[in-house]
Design a protein around this ligand. Structure first.
Ligand code: UDX
Length: 422
């Protein structure tokens, strides 16, 4: 058993802490927000993650505290899991990481400091400089996370691989020992390569999505069906079936941020990552494509009423970060369109000057709608009573932003059904 300190109890920190305790280590999770620590101490799980609440409830050696110094002092390994949100200019905001490094720099003698937060490779010298400020001896390790929201606990305990980047065997060994019970390949490399594996993996997955979205646009012009095309491509083991679903584009706290951060890092170093700039551009255009479809059917959108069904960036989560639905809402409101929305998990959305009304149920959201856009492929949407929807809505246009509805059945029911590339 190793004594571990997890700094940051957001999505990554909380899953990491709970899973490492599940692997029989002693874990202290630190957060600077007293209210968050209080909630966690009461066993309340702030994020919607399958299996996480159960891990928190059955944990025996998992504590939550605001006392970073004490937690760091009593631990052998310190994980930095604080957020690195995107700044306006596309750079990662590293202030939380640097703040934590300053706070722990006097408590790391003989310890291993693990960077789990996603931060640009170019930031490592700055991290080291802060950690070195007390001239203590420590090992620095990068152990990037590959957690997908909705399956984060499973992704942690049953990973495709564990990546550990370190410039010392001691640092590598101390982190590798934490995962002994996990049956997965362990990739031993240096810190820069470990971080690059994380960024490049996310950027490649985002590239697959934007690639299939580009092909989907061409499919629409030539009468091909992107679902069949992607299916046919996916049998090639070199391509694989996953991340070839066309739609309204990718969202979330990772793909958009990590892809743009990689472009930013490249530009700073004179390496223009043109492919990734195009990935971001295609992703942005997908939202415009949906608006164009609406205009094709409704003409001028001024004064029209549109329903957005599904707000989160993907099913199984309440996360609105970079959610395509919010971009669509903003664009539609800028065109003076009235919007009603529904999401099975999200019951309110801040901002939009109250013009984005989130209804209690889907049928309320579609009432008097000129058109309905399905933005998130929540499974329950397939079970809706579409005859009732046809009665409630004013128009009969359905745009399936995730190509997950049964288009032929909806057309038979009298809807004008449009997908993306189908
Ligand atoms: C992603 C990576 O999968 C994960 O490994 C990394 O650690 C964090 O970022 P996540 O953002 O949680 O995970 O969700 P993911 O399931 O990857 O989907 C990301 C976005 O891409 C979603 O908006 C999803 O709708 C979209 N997507 C995904 C597609 O549009 N098409 C696809 O085929 C797959």
């Amino acid at each position: 058993m190793t004594e571990i300190c997890i700094i940051g109890t957001g999505y990554v920190g909380l899953v990491t802490g709970a899973c490492l305790e599940h692997l029989r280590h002693k874990v202290a999770c630190v957060d600077k927000h007293k209210s968050k620590v209080a909630e966690l101490r009461q066993g309340n799980c702030p994020i919607h993650e399958q299996g996480l609440e159960r891990l928190l409830q059955k944990a025996q050696k998992l504590e939550f505290t605001t006392n970073l110094k004490q937690a760091a002092s009593q631990s052998e390994i310190i994980f930095i899991c604080v957020g690195t949100p995107e700044k306006e200019d596309g750079d990662a905001d590293l202030s939380h990481v640097f703040e934590v490094c300053e706070q722990i720099s006097a408590h790391i003698d003989g310890k291993t400091v693990v960077i789990k937060s996603t931060l640009p490779i170019t930031a490592i010298p700055d991290v080291r400089k802060i950690l070195d400020s007390n001239s203590l001896s420590y090992d620095l390790v990068s152990n990037p996370e590959f957690l997908s929201q909705g399956t984060a606990v499973k992704d942690f305990l049953e990973p495709d691989r564990i990546v550990i980047g370190s410039d010392s065997d001691k640092g590598f060994d101390s982190v590798a020992s934490l995962f002994q019970e996990i049956d997965a390949p362990v990739i031993k490399t240096d810190i820069a390569s470990a971080i690059m594996i994380k960024y490049a993996s996310n950027a490649f997955l985002a590239t697959k999505v934007s690639f299939v979205n580009s092909i989907a646009r061409l499919c629409e012009k030539v009468g091909a069906n992107i679902n069949d095309v992607a299916n046919g491509m996916g049998y090639d083991k070199r391509i694989g079936k996953l991340f070839l679903k066309a739609g309204v584009g990718f969202g979330g706290s990772c793909f958009p941020k990590d892809t743009r951060a990689l472009v930013k890092t490249g530009s700073k170093l004179g390496v223009e990552l043109e492919i990734l700039k195009a990935v971001d551009g295609v992703n942005t255009f997908q939202r415009q494509l949906v608006i164009e479809k609406l205009k094709r059917h409704l003409g001028d959108l001024d004064g029209k009423q549109v329903s957005l069904l599904g707000l989160s960036y993907k099913p199984g989560t309440d996360d609105l970060r970079e959610a395509p639905a919010l971009y669509l809402a903003r664009d539609l409101l800028n065109l003076n369109t009235r919007i009603n929305a529904f999401d099975p998990i999200i019951k309110q959305v801040d901002g939009f000057d109250g013009k984005l009304a989130v209804k209690e149920e889907a049928y309320q959201a579609v009432k008097d709608a000129d058109a309905i856009i399905f933005v998130t492929e929540h499974p329950e949407f397939s079970l809706l009573d579409f005859a009732r929807i046809k009665e409630l809505a004013k128009g009969n246009i359905i745009i399936d932003g995730r190509n997950f509805l049964n288009g032929s059945k909806l057309k038979e029911a009298g809807f004008i059904y449009e997908g993306i590339g189908i």
